[in-house]
Design a protein around this ligand. Structure first.
Ligand SMILES: Nc1ncnc2c1ncn2[C@@H]1O[C@H](COP(=O)(O)OP(=O)(O)OP(=O)(O)O)[C@@H](O)[C@H]1O
Ligand SMILES: [Mg+2]
Length: 255
């Protein structure tokens, strides 16, 4: 199977969490699955921007990114976090290759606005270099930072990692995409929803149940299943372990 695993940035600096991710990715590689590990880095990016005295602002779940913050975002995602993941995987015996969307033009993006508002150097993936990605996947787990190449300028664009993962899953026609975050699934009134579709998402967003980073995550999952990925789940590390063992867990997102 082609599996896209997106891991969020909330626990990506926690050694125990990383070992857990490495173990489950190792299991998938041993079973001969092709795995793309797309990662975020929200928490550490905000930490670095704080140190640099740059204000953090989100517009409906997407980070406003000017040229100065993009430098820091790229440093953190394509440098520090990407290499930390590759090291951890390799230490667990996984053959891993760290890339960003810039390398080999794996991800080409086009600039977007959010709710009609300019959010700076932020894009959405419009093309994936599937040929290159597939050839890398035949021997390695590809650890992918979502920083992408701007279609017109060739320069870097910040892409929300959930969106980038969804695009990869769509272009690869993945059998499975899992958005591994720090929550067990989409929560409503204290319970994890087993399933969510676009109509329910719109309603829960409207009444303020789904907010922040969960908004682009569900948007991305919906897009993935509409555009060619087979199954999408939102869950945490435990849920992911269950799903890859063939059990249901977390929230399945259906078009
Ligand atoms: N209804 C909801 N159910 C669950 N989580 C929700 C809900 N509404 C908002 N959230 C928030 O969404 C967050 C997950 O999105 P967030 O962007 O923070 O993480 P991530 O995407 O895993 O990490 P990164 O953005 O670094 O890749 C949760 O930690 C939670 O605070
Ligand atoms: Mg997020």
């Amino acid at each position: 199977m082609r599996i896209v695993l997106k891991i969020g940035g909330n626990e990506i600096d926690d050694g125990d969490f990383l070992s857990r991710v490495a173990a489950l990715v190792g299991k998938l590689q041993k079973a001969n699955h092709h795995v793309v590990l797309v990662h975020g880095g929200g928490k550490e990016i905000t930490g670095l921007l704080d140190k640099l005295g740059i204000e953090t602002r989100f517009v409906n779940g997407l980070r406003y990114t000017d040229a100065r913050s993009l430098d820091a975002v790229e440093m953190m995602l394509s440098g520090s976090i990407n290499k930390r993941l590759v090291r951890t995987l390799q230490q667990s015996g996984v053959s891993a290759l760290g890339m960003s969307g810039i390398d080999g033009k794996l991800l080409t993006a086009e600039k977007i606005t959010r709710d009609g508002e300019d959010i700076g150097l932020v894009g959405e993936v419009s093309a994936v270099n599937v040929q290159l990605l597939e050839s890398l996947l035949s021997s390695h787990v590809v650890v992918l930072s979502p920083i992408s190449a701007d279609k017109t300028s060739g320069g870097p664009l910040n892409v929300n990692a959930d969106y980038a993962a969804a695009a990869v899953a769509s272009f690869l026609a993945s059998e499975l995409i899992i958005f591994l975050s720090n929550v067990p699934g989409v929560i409503n009134e204290g319970n994890v929803l087993q399933k969510i579709d676009e109509k329910e998402f719109d309603a829960l967003k409207e009444n303020g149940v789904i907010t922040g980073g969960m908004v682009p995550k569900i948007e991305a999952a919906l897009r993935a299943v509409k555009d060619g990925a087979k199954i999408a789940f939102i869950t945490d590390a435990s849920g992911t372990e269950q799903i890859i063992s063939g059990r249901n867990a977390g929230t399945q997102v259906a078009a």
